[in-house]
Design a protein around this ligand. Structure first.
Ligand code: CTP
Length: 391
C-alpha cells in the first residue's frame, strides 16, 4: 500500500468512528488518504479528527470555492488509486446505485472510473431489506466491490448482519486491490458457440450450442486478469466485460481467427465446431419437382487439434468433448488425438445445450474427476482456478 492514494468517503452512521482507526492504519501502511466527510458523517466524527489523522485536508462540500479552486471534484475523483466508502450507509449505496449526484460523495462516485470498495454498516433490517439487496447487486454489477458486513450485536440493540467489518478485514480488502490478478499478463484464446456451414445463401448446417459455457469461461478468465480473445460463432450473447470478441460464422473462419490470435498462453476450445462443411451453392437451391438435392460433405479442420499440435502451441490447451455415450471414454481418446492437456467431457444427451446447468468430468493424463452437477458459471470458475494453479 506504500505510496498508494486512497480517497476515503466517510458516510453518516454510528460506525463512522471506526473510519478514524482505518485512517490511522492506512497511514501506518504508507498510504496517502484523501478524506471526504458527508454531511451526516460529520454528525458522528469531526473533520478535525479526520484531518489530523489523515494529515490532509478534509472535503465536505461540492460548493466550497476554495476546495474546488485547489482541486476540482472531477479531478479529485480520479486522483486516487482506490475509493473506499466506510461506512457505506444504506442511503449512500442507494444513491450510488441510482447514479445520483446530489452531494460531494455521490458526485465523486459517479464521476470516476477508479475502483470502489464499499464497506457497509447499517441496521440488520436495513441490510436485509429487498431494496438494499437490489442496490448491492446493482453496485456489484457495476463493478464495485461491496464487502459483507459482520454479524453480531449492533449499536441499535439488534443482532445480525450489518456491523462494520473489523479494521484488519477492511485493510485486507484494500490490500487485495493492489495485488495483481492471478492471470495478469497472460493471453487466453477461447472458442465458443456453434459454427454455421452454408448450404446456399439462405441455408446452413448448424447445431444446438448456445455459447453459454464458452462465454462464462471467457468472463472468468478476464475476471482473473487475463487478456481474452473470444472467437465466437453465431450466438446472441453479450460480450463479457474486458473480453475481445471476434465474431465468426464457419469452421474455416474460426480456424483463421484462432490462427490470427496466436500466440496465447492458454487455449480453451469450447466451440461446437461443425465436423463437415458443404460445397455451398452460389445461388438458392430451388425445389423444382426433381429429386431432393444431395449434399456432398467435406470434413472440416479440427481447430483444437490444430492448436494442440501447433509450433506456437499455448502452454495449456483445453478441449471440451460433447458425448452422447460414456463421456469419459470418448474424452480420453481425444486427449492425444487433439494434443490437449485436459478435456472437459459432458454428456450432451441430457439437455445440456442451451441450459445453465451441466455435469462435467475433468479428464487429464493424471486421471479423471467427476465435477458433479453444477451451473456453467461454477464450472467456469472451477476451471479457471485449475488454470491458475497449473500456470
Ligand atoms: N473441435 C474443434 N474443431 C473441430 C471439431 C471439434 O476445435 N472441427 C473441438 C471442440 O471445440 C472441442 C473438441 O474439439 O473442444 C471436441 O469436440 P467434439 O465434438 O466432442 O469431438 P469431435 O472431434 O467432433 O469428435 P466426435 O464428434 O467424433 O466425438
Amino acid at each position: 500500500m506504500q505510496g498508494k492514494t486512497i480517497l476515503l468517503i466517510v458516510g453518516g452512521g454510528i460506525a463512522a468512528f471506526k473510519s478514524l482507526e482505518l485512517v490511522r492504519e492506512l497511514r501506518r501502511a504508507g498510504a496517502n488518504v484523501l478524506p471526504v466527510l458527508t454531511e451526516n458523517g460529520a454528525r458522528f466524527v469531526t473533520a478535525l479528527s479526520l484531518s489530523a489523522l489523515a494529515e490532509a485536508k478534509v472535503r465536505t462540500s461540492l460548493w466550497d470555492l476554495e476546495d474546488e479552486a485547489s482541486m476540482g471534484h472531477i479531478q479529485l475523483s480520479r486522483a486516487a488509486d482506490l475509493i473506499v466508502v466506510c461506512p457505506a450507509t444504506a442511503d449512500l449505496m442507494a444513491r450510488a446505485a441510482q447514479g445520483q449526484a446530489n452531494d460531494l460523495a455521490s458526485t465523486l462516485l459517479l464521476a470516476t472510473d477508479t475502483p470502489v470498495l464499499m464497506v457497509p454498516a447499517m441496521n440488520v433490517r436495513m441490510w436485509q431489506h429487498a431494496a438494499t439487496i437490489r442496490n448491492v447487486a446493482t453496485l456489484r454489477g457495476d463493478g464495485m466491490t461491496v464487502m459483507e458486513p459482520d454479524v453480531g450485536a449492533m449499536a441499535c440493540g439488534e443482532f445480525g448482519p450489518g456491523r462494520l467489518p473489523e479494521v484488519p478485514a477492511i485493510m485486507s480488502a484494500i490490500a487485495a486491490h493492489f495485488i495483481p490478478p492471478a492471470l495478469a499478463g497472460r493471453h487466453a484464446l477461447v472458442t465458443a458457440g456453434p459454427t454455421h456451414e452454408a448450404i446456399d445463401p439462405v441455408r446452413f448446417i448448424g447445431n444446438h450450442s448456445s455459447g453459454k459455457q464458452g462465454f462464462a469461461i471467457a468472463a472468468a478468465l478476464a475476471a482473473a486478469g487475463a487478456r481474452v480473445t473470444l472467437v465466437a460463432g453465431p450466438v446472441h450473447l453479450p460480450t463479457p466485460p474486458g473480453v475481445t470478441r471476434v465474431g465468426v460464422v464457419s469452421a474455416a473462419d474460426m480456424l483463421a481467427a484462432c490462427e490470427a490470435a496466436l500466440p496465447a498462453d492458454i487455449a480453451v476450445m469450447v466451440a461446437a465446431v461443425a465436423d463437415w462443411r458443404v460445397d455451398a451453392a452460389p445461388a438458392k437451391i430451388k425445389k423444382g419437382g426433381g429429386a431432393p438435392p444431395t449434399l456432398a460433405l467435406t470434413e472440416n479442420p479440427d481447430i483444437l487439434a490444430h492448436v494442440g499440435h501447433h509450433a506456437r502451441r499455448p502452454r495449456l490447451v483445453i478441449g471440451f468433448a460433447a458425448e452422447t455415450g460414456d463421456p469419459v471414454a470418448g474424452a480420453k481418446a481425444k486427449l492425444d488425438r487433439k494434443g490437449a492437456d485436459w478435456i472437459i467431457a459432458n454428456d450432451v444427451a441430457t439437455g445440456v445445450f442451451g441450459s445453465d446447468a451441466t455435469h462435467v468430468h475433468h479428464v487429464s493424463r493424471a486421471g479423471t474427476e467427476d465435477w458433479g452437477a453444477a451451473s456453467k458459471a461454477d464450472v467456469a470458475s472451477r476451471l479457471v482456478q485449475r488454470i491458475i494453479d497449473a500456470i
